[in-house]
Design a binder for this molecule. Structure first.
Ligand code: AHR
Length: 677
């Protein structure tokens, strides 16, 4: 059974006594269509009359959560797993090739773990005893191996205390599965007290599953901590930074915001395991490692080696937002652990530290350098404020306990800074009891923006392109904070990112855009997934230790985001919005900055369709551009072998007398762009 079906099913069954799966499995799919929508030419009309509706700069953003090894082992370019020996099993990730713990005589040495009370954030270190002149080695297996590229350089750092000076040399080597050395360097550990050492290795081969072997030469004891390895070539060349190819894919989307750090990870399976941003800033060495909630979430996808080093913490998220020109959008725990897990509640009289975290976050992001938290940001190298405008309170919470806690947060945040826009949540489902209750109560409170989540089958997305047409125009705005079409009966993994799912999302997104007065922010979820270590599919981007690619869903998101426009205009057929008539969906915008009119057309029919689009209301340059995303096979996907199988192709289009006659392919998304004279 797929994890997203399995997900929460048992718990929900227990909670509401029903058998309803996390996914809504529909029974109609596009592949069952045999006939064409129509053979006639369809007449569409674009009206340039001002609708007064702005497309928010935040309309298309990204959702980041450390699921599927998205942070450690993914975006955060650290290559050593369990670098500070803080996993529950402190030697996890480390292999001792020459020793047998059961036969002392054969040992060339032994590594033990010392836990100090003095260092509360990073209590463990490894004590290595070498008793054989040939040396004793530790191998780190990386995150399902380490990706190294021929001639690329890698920075290794570690802390060591060589007590009696007995260890003469630390040899560091890349090795492959057959123990071939693929690059090496060494450290001369001179200091008897704790000292930082750095060195650099150059890879002699490209290898996706390399490991690092660290050999200690001498006879005696050495203590080790924070053994770390990063590629030199990171995003923006930042030392110990982020994986360049992955950030590039995100940056290319021109995202309007970055939501972080999730997702359920915000809430934790227990309150103790919730995400606490204060423990993720400052010196990485002092960021306390925490089990990742996805480590144990799915029994058929256990990831016992999934922990959070928080090397990618709140400062790095803010910096990444800034790099991409995206609004930072942190989501904070509201004092309720994941209600699909323990649902632990902090008593109201003990809520204060949670609220204080939100207030201090405003200071960390926006405060002057002489404020306590502004000072920490400054010391981390960013005196300039991050200009935080949004805070989310809770992730997928539901029920009166959420509303009760939300109110306290809202008051405190607005008292501190009335300009902060607060995002509240309507629970995990896009309809039903929790959703209705949440909306009703939040509406009474006159909240600003409500987060909605939908993981549904593709058909649901096509059928819900009109979802927001009847929302109260005077009510709260919507943040479609997590959504993805989950195709049914498809193998778990990248195949879930098939063209049918992406096409259906595109159809739905025309509805988001047509309702831009209500829908202010949207993001696909989850964002990125390691092919050898994922817990959840579909995902927008897949990666291994060397490569990454955008799925068809990625290209849909990118097409919409990079052609967002600034002002909504109308496109109609027979005077009505195009919401699935003849299997066609459409939206249109002006971009007043770029002086463009942009039309998005989604053809979910099994055949090409002839359109006649009337654009007579505006003086346009007759030569335009069409960006087309298509595949005749709905099961088609992108892959490491064929990463751009489904990706936009550009062609020229031409207006004649203010009309565009165009034939749009079967199963396609087309974005038309014309310059305004
Ligand atoms: O996106 C994966 C998970 O789905 C998120 O953590 C959670 O918010 C939702 O249930």
């Amino acid at each position: 059974m797929k994890q997203s079906v399995l997900k929460y099913t048992i718990l929900i069954a227990l909670i509401i006594g029903g058998l309803f799966s996390f996914k809504n499995i529909g029974n109609d799919d596009l592949t069952s269509k045999t006939t064409s929508a129509s053979n006639e030419t369809l007449d569409l009309v674009v009206s340039f009359k001002d609708t007064g509706i702005k497309i928010q700069p935040t309309m298309y953003g990204i959702f980041f959560e450390d699921i599927n090894f998205a942070a450690d082992g993914g975006l955060y370019a650290e290559m050593i797993k369990n670098r500070s020996f803080e996993f529950e099993l402190p030697m996890m990730g480390w292999i001792e090739p020459n020793s047998s713990r059961h036969s002392l005589n054969k040992q060339s040495g032994i590594a033990t773990i010392i836990t100090t009370a003095a260092n509360t954030a990073n209590p463990n270190f490894s004590r290595v005893l070498v008793n054989n002149d040939k040396g004793y080695a530790l191998i780190n297996e990386g995150f399902r191996g380490m990706g190294i590229k021929k001639d690329a350089r890698y920075n290794l750092s570690l802390k060591a205390a060589n007590h009696d000076g007995a260890i003469k040399k630390i040899r560091v080597q890349f090795i492959d599965k057959d123990n071939h050395v693929l690059g090496e360097t060494s450290i001369d550990p001179k200091g008897t007290d704790w000292q930082n050492y750095t060195t650099q290795l150059t890879a002699t081969q490209t290898e996706a599953k390399a490991q690092v072997k660290i050999t200690f030469e001498g006879n005696g004891t050495i203590d080790l901590d924070m053994i770390s390895l990063f590629p030199e070539d990171t995003w923006k060349g930042r030392k110990n930074g982020l994986r360049k190819d992955l950030v590039q894919l995100l940056d290319d989307m021109n995202p309007g915001f970055l939501r972080f750090p999730g997702g359920c990870i915000v809430e934790g399976r227990t309150l103790e395991q919730r995400y606490q941003w204060k423990k993720t800033v400052g010196d990485p060495e002092n960021r306390t490692t925490l089990i990742n909630r996805w480590n144990t979430e799915f029994s058929h996808k256990l990831a016992p080696d999934y922990f959070q080093s928080f090397g990618l913490g709140f400062f790095e998220y803010f910096l990444l937002s800034e790099d991409m020109g995206a609004e930072p959008l942190p989501i904070l725990s509201c004092g309720i652990a994941c209600q699909f897990n323990t649902g632990e509640l902090v008593p109201m009289h003990e809520l204060e530290p949670y609220v204080q975290d939100a207030l201090d976050l405003i200071e960390f992001a926006n405060g002057a350098s002489d404020t306590p938290w502004g000072k920490i940001r400054t010391e981390m190298g960013h005196p300039k404020p991050f200009n935080l405008k949004y805070i989310g309170v809770g992730n997928e919470q539901w029920g009166p306990q959420y509303i009760e806690r939300y109110k306290v947060f809202e008051k405190a945040i607005k008292d501190k800074d009335p300009n902060i826009i607060i995002i509240s949540g309507s629970g995990p489902f896009p309809e039903g009891e929790y959703f209705d209750y949440g909306w009703e109560e939040l509406k009474k409170l006159n909240v600003e923006i409500i987060d909605e989540h939908y993981y549904k089958d593709p058909k649901w997305f096509r059928e819900n392109a009109t979802r927001y047409d009847n929302y109260d125009r005077k009510g709260p705005k919507v943040f479609a904070g997590e959504y993805a079409a989950h195709p049914k009966d498809v193998a778990d993994g990248p195949k879930e990112n098939n063209w049918e799912a992406a096409l259906s999302e595109a159809a739905f997104m025309t509805g988001l855009e047509r309702n831009a007065d209500i829908v202010h922010l949207t993001s696909y979820a989850p964002l990125i997934a390691h092919i050898d270590a994922f817990q959840w599919a579909p995902d927008m981007i897949w990666f291994n230790n060397l490569e990454s690619y955008g799925t068809p869903n990625y290209y849909v998101q990118k097409l919409f985001a990079t052609n967002r426009g600034t002002d909504l205009i109308a496109i109609t057929k027979d005077g009505k919005p195009v919401t699935g008539q003849n299997d066609l969906f459409a939206s249109a915008v002006n971009d007043i900055d770029k002086k463009e009119v942009i039309i998005k057309l989604v053809n979910t029919a099994a055949n090409a369709q002839d359109l006649n689009i009337n654009l007579k209301g505006k003086q346009l340059v007759s030569k335009g551009v069409a960006l087309t995303l298509k595949s005749e096979d709905l099961a088609d996907e992108n892959s490491f072998k064929s990463p751009k199988n489904i990706s936009p192709k550009e062609s020229a289009v031409k207006l004649k007398g203010g009309n565009l006659h165009i034939n749009i392919p079967a199963y396609s998304v087309t974005v038309l762009i014309f310059k305004i004279k």
